[in-house]
Design a protein around this ligand. Sequence first.
Ligand SMILES: Cc1cc2nc3c(=O)[nH]c(=O)nc-3n(C[C@H](O)[C@H](O)[C@H](O)COP(=O)(O)OP(=O)(O)OC[C@H]3O[C@@H](n4cnc5c(N)ncnc54)[C@H](O)[C@@H]3O)c2cc1C
Length: 424
Amino acid sequence: MAEHYDVLVVGAGPAGLAAARAVASHGARVGLIDAQPRAGGQVWRYDVRQPAPRAARQAIANLRGVELLAQHSVVAAEASALRVETPQGSKLLSFGSLVLATGARELLLPFPGWTLPGVTGAGGLQALAKQGWPVEGRRVVVAGSGPLLLAAADTLRKHGAHVLGMYEQASPASVASFARQLLAWPARAWQAAGLRARLAGVPYLPGSFVRNAHGVDTVQRVDIDTPRGVRTVECDLLAVGYGLVPNTELAQLLGCALDDAGKHPRVQADALLRTSVPQVFAAGEACGIGGQAVARIEGAMAGHMATGHSQAAQALLPRRDRERRFGALLARHFALDPRLHKLADDLSTICRCEDVRMGDLAGFTDARAAKLATRCGMGACQGRICGTALAELGHFPRSGARPPIFPARLATLAGLATLSSDDA
Ligand SMILES: Cc1cc2nc3c(=O)[nH]c(=O)nc-3n(C[C@H](O)[C@H](O)[C@H](O)COP(=O)(O)OP(=O)(O)OC[C@H]3O[C@@H](n4cnc5c(N)ncnc54)[C@H](O)[C@@H]3O)c2cc1C
């Protein structure tokens, strides 16, 4: 028997928190679901050492009337209901309306040595440090692309790491042009200036990317291609991420149309955040990368829409459009250098869950055939890392999502109406 909510919100990051608050303000019963033990999403992830920023404290404290369903992973979707996995077992939750605020994940690209222990995503190492993984005194190279490199370096320094440098793949001209245009968003420009000031003394080199990581049991040094030639840096940790891609798997299970214009799809939503499925709304980075400001505004809009208050949503439209323009600015200035697509060789592991090498995929033209023959993408991450990297490298178009989208118990799988014999 399903527990019923007027509105369910999936994702308790900035978008989901704002959505749930907006729903509760209209007196509807709302459940706010997140796989994590605490609300906050990626940007406001709980930090064992640092107090949360004021906006995060306010958003998390201000949840009167919202039922927070933490440690609930949505693994499958049925008509007007979600199957969730919890530490105690699985549950079916039904909804009148649904808001998808499932956020984004990091794009990791393969290169020789990328699976060595000590090599992580930039946001990945930031998350580990926030959760208490010890980085104190460790020499860290931060690399990849986008503003997340600075945010990650800042967190790592606050946790006592010795950040040796930040290596940005976008060209110096592109980064300089981005910085000039940032002035049109004074709050962001101010935030960026604060970050740069806190990171004074840490070299920031645009036009640079990691070519190789070397080490025996752990990473020991990295070769970095810079505008002045290859530089070898000795380090204990390498944190490298190439920006973010929207999490669309749950939207796919629900049958929502995706915007496939780029290599990485996003949930298609109209100006008022309606998806192609009636009573399903989407907000924040699931609809495209844009940062926490747009996530908060869209979350509130989606919450109003989910309860039928379209005028309240409409009133936020101008602010939302302005913040979405920032997302477009990011995408233009931090577009990936095609040289990054050629770093991996045939011996580079592409699927770390199932130990599949790039060379094992030779001759396959679609992801499904490659998966069936090599097990690529069949591990615990369900292709979130390798499938996304392969799409970026132009190997296979994106493949569809199948339940369960996160690991689930056998008992849960046995009860899934949507699981066909093909998926098992
Ligand atoms: C690793 C990482 C680190 C980042 N760090 C920063 C930073 O320091 N500063 C910054 O400005 N921006 C950072 N960002 C960017 C950040 O994603 C956005 O600015 C902002 O958090 C987006 O808000 P959101 O609500 O759309 O999504 P998120 O904050 O990503 O929230 C989505 C939530 O949905 C939950 N979820 C997704 N699918 C399911 C499911 N099936 N079942 C249950 N729960 C689910 C996730 O657990 C997550 O908590 C980071 C992004 C990543 C990926």
